[in-house]
Design a protein around this ligand. Structure first.
Ligand SMILES: Cc1cc2nc3c(=O)[nH]c(=O)nc-3n(C[C@H](O)[C@H](O)[C@H](O)COP(=O)(O)O)c2cc1C
Length: 200
């Protein structure tokens, strides 16, 4: 079932699995001590993503809130992101291996993106929320986490339990609802670029 809160702003044009609509990047987190088992199920879901030649270029480095590594991860974020994700249960830095079998991979970022989406969808089914962030210092992340040069530092993810939006700063409260999408007919073409598909 599509969540009642989600239904207010999101209506799929065609029938799809509800979990896809119910995933949204909320910013309010309730303090929640996430169990290793919950976290590892998320990474497990990412493991089953498809990738070119089954190269599996995705890597995940995490820190739980309250751990000795947490501050090092949190300090990577830009101030905008720091203000809302301080109560997240875990922060993850997503890496992507640039080479496969000694050759540059043309698709590793695409593959790693698929793994991130698996994780985000799995989180919904576990009653957790995820929020991807490009707003962080990737060079500092490479240094802090000692990431080898043959990996790209892609994104960070905040993971946790959804909290009350009233705890967010005023401007973020106003933005704390599921957003929508451009129409399907804007993104699907039939036969050649620019030919609209017969979507009413
Ligand atoms: C690669 C990527 C980077 C993002 N970076 C940020 C960010 O730094 N801060 C933030 O608040 N949201 C960030 N977002 C969240 C997007 O704004 C959000 O996914 C988008 O508006 C679609 O909304 P939805 O995820 O709720 O469906 C990012 C999302 C992605 C996929």
């Amino acid at each position: 079932m599509i969540d009642s809160e989600v239904q207010k702003t999101r209506t799929p044009q065609f029938s799809i699995n509800e979990v896809l609509v119910n995933r949204w990047s909320s910013r309010s987190f309730a303090k929640y001590d996430i169990k290793d088992k919950e976290l590892f199920s998320l990474f497990e879901s990412a493991r089953w993503a498809p990738s070119a030649s089954n190269s599996q270029p995705w890597r995940f480095v995490y820190a739980k809130n309250g751990s000795s590594e947490w501050n090092g991860f949190f300090d990577l974020l830009i101030d905008f992101n720091k203000q809302w994700c301080k109560d997240a249960s875990a922060l993850v830095v997503v890496l992507s291996k640039k080479e496969h079998n000694g050759k540059p991979s043309m698709t590793h970022q695409f593959d790693t993106g698929a793994a991130w989406e698996n994780l985000a969808i799995q989180a919904v089914s576990q009653g957790l929320v995820t929020h991807a962030m490009a707003g962080f210092d990737s060079a500092k992340a490479r240094e802090t986490l000692q990431v080898p040069q043959d990996y790209d530092v892609m994104i960070m993810i905040a993971i946790g339990k959804k909290g009350q939006k009233e705890k967010l700063p005023q401007d973020l409260q106003a933005r704390e609802s599921p957003n929508t999408r451009v129409p399907l007919s804007d993104i699907v073409m039939h036969g050649k670029f620019g030919n609209k598909a017969p979507i009413s």
